[in-house]
Design a protein around this ligand. Sequence first.
Ligand code: SF4
Ligand code: FES
Length: 395
Amino acid sequence: MMKLEGLEAVEAGSPEYTGAPVGMLAELTYRCPLQCPYCSNPLEMDRVDTELTTAEWRDVMRQAGELGVLQVHLSGGEPTVRQDFEEILDAAVKADIYTNLITSGVTLTHERLERMVKIGLDHVQLSIHDTDPANAERISAYKGGAEKKREVAHWVKELGLPLTINIVVHRQNIENVPAMIDYAVEAGAGRIEVAHTQYYGWALRNFAALIPTREKFYESIRITDAARERLKGILFFDVVAHDHYAVRPKPCIGGWARRFLNITPSGKILPCHACETIPGLEIDNVRSRPLADTWFNGQAFQRFRGTAWMKEPCRSCERREIDWGGCRCQALTITGDAADADPACVLSPWHKEFAALAERESHKPPPAFIYRHMRAPRSATTQGQYYGAAVTTKP
Ligand code: SF4
Ligand code: FES
């Protein structure tokens, strides 16, 4: 691992200290054949003609290895629509980084997956939309997807790779959480991610169509907890809880610029995949600044690292080095200031209305999905406008 340039004066153990990032999310492209209503790609997507070339991605992997990154998550969009995926994977393997393919599976062939295994792919994370094929196809707006995913899960196991099943949970599939857990076990997965929808970017446009009631959410948590007990040693559970019904926030991205970094298709180096809407962040690019220098010294990485930036109530809170104030992007969306406490926290003056909005919307009939497709107007709704109209009680 290289020297911690610029951070040598910061003592290990202090909140400002950080070593190398554990994980790197490499968003190889935003292109995707699906149209999920909770798409996590930014509202303003990098254009296809600005995507990093094969050689540039290979160099990013080399730099990440030198920096000490342990895992790379090869993601998108759908990363396998890049025909040079295998070449980029090869560079990550050569850089001695653990490689995880995050895929919807629908564009994969057995031949390609076999080739990836030969190159050295370590792990596959496959997303499913529901166990009911008709509902899964309705959510993803992709015909034949459910069947193809079962096939891909089978190939992954047949080729001897560890498998994670990822499900994004919302009001239109929450009844099937038990069936989705069974699906993961039957598919031979060793890990399941039960990720309740996070409302940034496109998901905000579908807030009312996706938000479950508090009762349904807690019921799903009880089911997941019981399954975790029952399936100990068989299936590992990773649960991302629902923010609106939380009492304290999650340590989003493991704390700002502490464990993860993100590279966009056009090479932007981000502390968080959704942070581009935060005003005042100076975003560097792999085309003009080395990865290590950006991680340690980049303005965007320093902006919310540690605790010095915090305002009350976080500044004097005993949990400030546990959840790091929660999510900066959600704070910005709700309060207009990314340095505020995450409104998922009961100590935030915004929390009451934040939770009440979810209660109100979740009890109304769900509106139709607004699908995410490449032809959709890119900036018809900017982050926060939905809440801006709905959260009216400014503390
Ligand atoms: Fe976390 Fe801030 Fe809430 Fe304390 S006040 S629990 S640090 S979000
Ligand atoms: Fe950006 Fe949480 S999504 S900090």
